[in-house]
Structures are given as C-alpha cells and as structure tokens.
Ligand binder design. Structure first.
Ligand code: SF4
Ligand code: SF4
Length: 159
C-alpha cells in the first residue's frame, strides 16, 4: 500500500478521483459551499494528493445533496468518495468532538438526540404520549440496539 492509502481505498471501492480535471463545476454547484468554507474541488484535490485529507474539516461540511456528483463532467462519484473518506477517518478515530458526543448519546440512549423533559411536556400538550414509539418507550428494544452497536464496534471508534 502506498503513502496515500486513502486513494488506494477509493480505487478499491471503484471510485477514481484521479479523473478530476479541477474544472470547479462541483464547487459552483455546491449549496453547502455558499455558507461554509467547503470547496469541494479543493477537497477532491486534497484527496488526490495526501492522506492528510482525513484531517480536513471540510470533509464534514458536505450535506450529501449529490448536486456536484450529478454535474461532474468526468462522472466522478464525488459524494461516494467523501463518504468513503469520512468512513476511513472515523475508523481511525478522526472526527469532530460533536460526532463523538453523538456516538456517546447513541450508545447510551439509542438516539442521537434523546428526549428531554421539555419535549415530553410539549408532546403531552399536543395530545401525544409522553414518549414516542421508539426505544424511549421500549427499553427491551434499546438492548437490541446496543447489541447491534456493539457488533459494529462503535464504542471502540471513539475510545
Ligand atoms: S466537477 Fe468533477 S472534474 Fe470538475 S473539479 Fe469537480 S470533481 Fe473534478
Ligand atoms: S453533495 Fe456535498 S459537496 Fe456535493 S454539492 Fe452537495 S453539499 Fe456540496
């Protein structure tokens, strides 16, 4: 495996970012880039050149809307590449603190955003059950979720 094993893993997944000609069509089509520092053309170039792309915060600014992928004249699977690179980064424990926090909540409650007292009250005011039809209401299902997350080794990723 060469120095830039990110690119090799992309290749193994059938994604060839080396076809990129840096035309910028992807950046011009990117709604997220209008509101954040994400420049998808630059991100692709970063991935072509170095495994440091795993540390690139722009990696996490894509909303996976697929605009760029639909318009790329070289038919590069840009979003699939971004998702694959995110996956490699996550498996190496490289992620934002917010991601780790979400994983912790998921491991404990089976929800990325667990319900709180305020939301339970609001549900009651709307004539709904205090708890939604999720693991909040069915603790035995939470055990099953925890088992699945254990098999996925999710806890090990954030250790
Ligand atoms: S649109 Fe495609 S070819 Fe053009 S810069 Fe983006 S990834 Fe590269
Ligand atoms: S999929 Fe991501 S990078 Fe592509 S246009 Fe949408 S937000 Fe931008």
């Amino acid at each position: 495996m060469n120095e830039n094993n990110v690119q090799e893993q992309l290749k193994e997944a059938g994604i060839d970012i080396l076809k990129c000609m840096q035309c910028g069509m992807c950046t011009g089509s990117c709604p997220s880039g209008r509101h954040t520092s994400l420049n998808v053309r630059r991100l692709v170039r970063h991935a072509m050149r170095s495994r440091d792309v795993l540390e690139d915060e722009e990696l996490w600014m894509c909303t996976t809307c697929y605009n760029c992928q639909e318009r790329c004249p070289r038919r590069i699977d840009i979003v699939d590449a971004i998702l694959k690179i995110r996956s490699i980064a996550a498996h190496e424990g490289i992620m934002l603190p917010e991601h780790k926090q979400v994983i912790k909540l998921l491991l404990e409650y089976g929800h990325a955003v667990p319900i709180d007292e305020m939301n339970m009250k609001k549900r009651e005011e709307l004539g709904l059950d205090r708890l939604p039809e999720t693991v909040h209401k069915y603790p035995e299902a939470l055990d099953e979720i925890k088992m699945l997350l254990k098999v996925c080794k999710l806890a090990e990723i954030i250790e």
